[in-house]
Write a new protein. Structure first.
Length: 201
């Protein structure tokens, strides 16, 4: 009887050890894949279906447009995305498909335009940051579909034009609490900041 119990206990220990080893190997393989896939001159941190950070220290050779199509389709529930220092000049189309995205950080890139069609798909978005880019204007109806958007930071760009219907329609951006447009090239502005009482230089 004692030998039978010892034998069963040995089998059970081996079973646990095998499964634990398999789990560790799986985690290591995932980590290796992520590191290998990360663009040159960048660091990448992925928490599946939660957050992704792609932070580049040198945009030369940082081919983010190849990395994102390989990662984002398998993480469609992503809620937070950071792409900084990569040199991208427009928001990659894969980003626009993240319908659960709440936070989007695109600071320190080379963005020249924000496409209303992209933001129309990001209906869960609550916070957008695109500081230190090359934006020159905000087109009409840019954020019409972003009713949950609370914070917009577009400071340190080259914005000289804001469409009349970006912020002025009271039926849009009902959740908006903060806007920063400091250090741009604006020479005049519509009275919407006073109406909403949220403008920050």
């Amino acid at each position: 009887m004692f030998m039978w119990i010892s034998w069963m206990r040995l089998i059970w220990y081996n079973y646990i050890l095998f499964n634990l080893s398999s789990a560790i190997l799986c985690l290591l393989n995932v980590g290796i894949m992520d590191i290998e896939a990360c663009p040159v001159n960048c660091g990448c941190t992925l928490q599946p279906n939660q957050s992704l950070v792609v932070s580049c220290f040198d945009p030369s050779g940082a081919n983010v447009t190849d990395y994102l199509p390989a990662v984002l389709p398998s993480n469609p529930e992503l809620m937070s995305l950071v792409i900084e220092g990569s040199g991208i000049n427009s928001i990659p189309s894969e980003v626009c498909k993240l319908s659960n995205l709440e936070t989007l950080n695109l600071n320190n890139n080379s963005l020249e335009i924000l496409d209303p069609r992209c933001f129309a798909e990001l209906k869960s978005l609550k916070r957008i940051e695109a500081r230190e880019n090359k934006l020159t204007e905000l087109s009409d109806h840019l954020f019409d579909e972003n009713q949950l958007l609370q914070s917009i930071d577009l400071s340190y760009n080259d914005i000289s034009i804001i469409g009349l219907h970006v912020f002025s329609n009271p039926r849009h951006l009902m959740s908006l609490e903060f806007v920063s447009l400091g250090n741009n090239k604006l020479t005049s502005i519509e009275p919407w900041p006073l109406i909403r009482m949220l403008f920050r230089w």
